[in-house]
Design a protein around this ligand. Structure first.
Ligand SMILES: [Zn+2]
Length: 464
């Protein structure tokens, strides 16, 4: 995507429209079409499964996955042997704890040993984790995983009353138009899925007038973005004393703060449906209409929580979220330990579903960067320049002044000047050239008093 994105960035607006729709067509082949329609129909039924049905559903898939991993994935063949576990010993869901957890470092060290010999790498789709708290990881997904990841996402859209094709305005991390563009349009229309991709790099008071002129004309059923990007829109609506009613707002990737939710719900006159997913594809969870809690898609992954010593934690108690993808046979993740801490609740929700749920993760924290031109930039969109940098072990962005970003980097041994050059160029492209960027190499990055890791720390007050 790196080379394509730079080609896209240099193209005139009309050519960009064509390129974006070609990109959308690629997405369509990867995760829509008939397999998607079938998956969504299935998920509309399974969401009403009883606890027994859920158990049976997960057990069948888990046993198939374990056998497949043992037989065709070199890493697991060795690992199962080391721990003296045979696939037929996994007789029930809790037997999964006979296997050790898979850490981020395990995945990095294993590399392609984690890919099934039944899946040629060329048939798999390559992705990266954002690498904000650790370093970015390369992940490979098979087609089934991409289709179902999209289908669980759309199932939640249906919970919010938004159907495929209804129109959704997106405020995510990609550069949609050049970041130094000063006249509208600051958006592109994906006509294949009827989504309006709006630039998250033009969120200043001056440009937001144009955003809402376009939104009034487009009339989306839903808005989707990071909590911080949608919050910036809501703050603007508050300032001009207006409302922009939609059916639902969908947010993800950052902690949704109560004050953000309140302002967004008031000014978009719709509920906020936050969702949680990750590039490792070991969990997908989203708010239902009845609770500010996240329903885990049990069809997607088997999730558990563990303590610091790796022991299972009982329902209702906090622990690290661990996930086993029940779909990604191309690169199986079995008992992958995330850095997120939460408690899983298995009681029936007021919405009637028995899908397990959690109350929210407590380790993520986000902030907003302000540019000298007055643009507000969500930290989530700044994760993108870091994604290809495998040689960065940890990073942190500190906005010292309106025109100064200090980037702390814990480099790995193979870090080179090229990585620095890439980082500065990709960040400058997003925050503009009037922002100075200084790299500082450190051995570690301190946590907050509460033990939290803050990826972005801004010392500059927000306008609006
Ligand atoms: Zn519910």
């Amino acid at each position: 995507m790196g080379r394509l994105q730079s080609l896209y960035n240099k193209a005139p607006y009309g050519v960009q429209s064509v390129l974006l729709n070609l990109y959308a067509l690629g997405i369509h082949r990867e995760r829509y079409g008939r397999p998607f329609a079938r998956a969504l129909e299935e998920l509309k039924k399974t969401q009403w499964y009883s606890p027994d049905q859920i158990h049976q559903y997960q057990l069948e898939r888990l046993q198939a996955l374990i056998k497949h991993a043992y037989d065709t994935v070199p890493f697991y063949g060795k690992r199962f042997a080391e721990h003296g576990v045979r696939p037929e010993e996994i007789k029930d869901l809790e037997d999964i704890s006979k296997l050790p957890v898979l850490t981020c470092e395990d995945v990095r060290t294993a590399g392609e040993e984690l890919i099934s010999s039944k899946y040629p790498k060329s048939k798999l789709i390559h992705g990266h984790t954002s690498g904000t708290t650790g370093s970015p990881l390369s992940c490979y997904w098979d087609k089934q995983t991409c289709v179902y990841n999209n289908a669980v996402d759309w199932r939640q859209k249906l919970w919010g009353g938004v159907k495929y094709g209804d129109g959704i305005a997106l405020l995510l991390g990609r550069t949609i138009v050049p970041t130094n563009k000063t006249t509208p349009p600051f958006w592109q229309h994906d006509r294949i899925h009827n989504m309006l991709w709006m630039s998250s790099f033009h969120l200043s008071e001056e440009y937001l007038t144009h955003f809402f002129k376009k939104l009034n004309q487009y009339r989306p059923a839903g808005i989707e973005g990071y909590p911080s990007t949608v919050y910036i829109l809501a703050r603007y609506l508050k300032k001009i004393g207006q409302k922009f009613p939609v059916k639902a707002v969908f947010t993800s990737s950052e902690t949704l703060l109560p004050l953000q939710r309140e302002l967004i719900e008031e000014h978009f006159q719709a509920p906020v449906f936050d969702f949680y997913g990750m590039a490792e594809r070991v969990a997908f969870a989203g708010h239902c209409p009845e609770a500010h809690e996240y329903h885990l898609s049990f069809e997607f992954a088997l999730n558990e929580t563990i303590d610091n010593d790796g022991n299972p934690v009982e329902p209702g108690k906090e622990g690290y979220l661990v996930g086993t993808s029940l779909l990604n046979f191309g690169m199986p993740f079995i008992r992958y330990k995330t850095s997120d801490v939460t408690a899983i609740n298995t009681e029936q929700c007021n919405c009637g579903r028995h899908m397990p749920r959690f109350t929210g993760v407590t380790t993520k924290d986000e902030d907003i960067v302000v540019t000298p031109e007055g643009k507000l930039i969500s930290s989530s969109v700044l994760t993108h320049p870091f994604k290809p940098l495998d040689a960065v072990q940890e990073s942190q962005i500190i906005q010292e002044k309106i025109d100064l970003l200090r980037i702390k980097i814990v480099p790995r041994e193979d870090y080179t000047e090229k990585d620095s050059a890439h980082l500065i160029a990709a960040l400058s492209q997003r925050v503009g050239l009037s922002m100075r960027i200084e790299l500082e190499f450190v051995e570690n990055i301190p946590r907050t008093k509460a033990g939290k890791f803050r990826w972005v720390i801004s010392k500059v007050p927000l306008p609006l």
